[in-house]
Design a protein around this ligand. Structure first.
Ligand SMILES: Nc1ncnc2c1ncn2[C@@H]1O[C@H](COP(=O)(O)OP(=O)(O)OP(=O)(O)O)[C@@H](O)[C@H]1O
Length: 277
């Protein structure tokens, strides 16, 4: 369980560059919840994930994972409890190591004793079985350097490795945004399957509103460092992309600033024209 309580974060406070990234964010994520997060540009979505993973320390407020303050977790505990997949497919794995070596390291994540890249035969078979689930043929390429894989393959591998240690919290930060539509679809399907199979407690930031509505059991919308509203499973099922868009348009009317980037708008128009929800 994750509890975010009245978290605030301002960058460059008191200067002309002051940016209020989180303005009193509170959120409780129950075990097994899958929360999708949408929001305007600069709404604070990534900063919220950064405070949960402990990479950014909030100015005030508290964040607890299973009752433990994130700031008090040791590095190996953090690595074991909180896993993250980033937008950039290059971030989740080491290009100069082989698939097998990357997996060996991932499977040691969160263990307090040293890193061992030695892999026993049964372990190798386990890696092959895990890789086969990705349906990308990587199970036959254990010795290949990860740098040789495509972005989609690397992102699928990152996702697999992020779920190895059955983390308390899985953070997905627009993890399909840099992929072409076909690969993004595949990684989205893998995400759904892995989260469901392991009943992972998950927070997924996405700019894809169709995805935000379809995946998970809760949806939150952020704007200017605040959670503006939340939809539960039933409300999500009864909402359309057009409904979400109209919420963004309301914000734009108030602020006069564009609230969605061009890529999101184009994606939304495409989905709407195809007649999907
Ligand atoms: N490390 C940082 N240093 C300074 N300002 C930052 C930093 N990280 C975020 N910000 C600022 O905080 C605000 C929130 O940024 P954040 O990246 O969390 O938003 P976001 O919702 O993820 O946005 P986007 O969808 O555009 O990626 C923005 O104004 C951003 O410029």
């Amino acid at each position: 369980m994750l509890t975010i309580n009245d978290v605030r974060k301002t960058f460059f406070a008191g200067t002309v560059n002051e940016r209020v990234a989180l303005d009193g964010v509170s959120l409780t994520v129950e075990p097994g919840d899958f929360v999708t997060v949408i929001g305007s540009n600069g709404a604070g979505k990534s900063t919220m994930l950064n405070t949960v993973s402990g990479t950014i320390i909030p100015d005030s407020g508290s964040i607890q994972v299973s009752g433990e303050p994130v700031t008090k977790l040791r590095e190996h505990q953090k690595a074991h409890w909180i896993s993250r997949v980033f937008q950039d497919p290059m971030k989740g794995s080491s290009p100069n190591l082989t698939i097998e070596q990357n997996m060996a390291i991932a499977s040691r994540r969160g263990k307090s004793r040293g890193l061992s890249m030695g892999v026993t035969r049964p372990r190798k078979q386990q890696f092959r079985d895990e890789l086969a689930k990705l349906e990308l043929g990587l199970e036959n390429r254990l010795g290949a350097k990860v740098g040789l894989l495509s972005g989609g393959q690397r992102q699928a591998l990152s996702l697999l490795m992020a779920t190895f240690s059955s983390p308390e919290i899985l953070l997905l930060d627009e993890h399909t945004a840099a992929l072409d539509p076909q690969r993004a679809k595949h990684v989205t399907e893998l995400t759904e399957r892995m989260v469901a199979e392991q009943k992972l407690t998950t927070i997924m930031v996405t700019h894809n509103m169709e995805q935000a509505l379809r995946l998970g059991n809760r949806l939150i919308m952020m704007h200017e460092g605040k959670i503006l509203f939340e939809l539960n499973q039933e409300q999500k099922a009864g909402s359309s992309v057009a409904d979400l868009l109209s919420e963004f348009q309301k914000l734009q009317t108030v602020s006069g600033e564009p609230t969605l980037d061009d890529a999101t708008l184009l994606e939304t128009v495409r989905v709407t024209e195809e007649g999907k929800p």
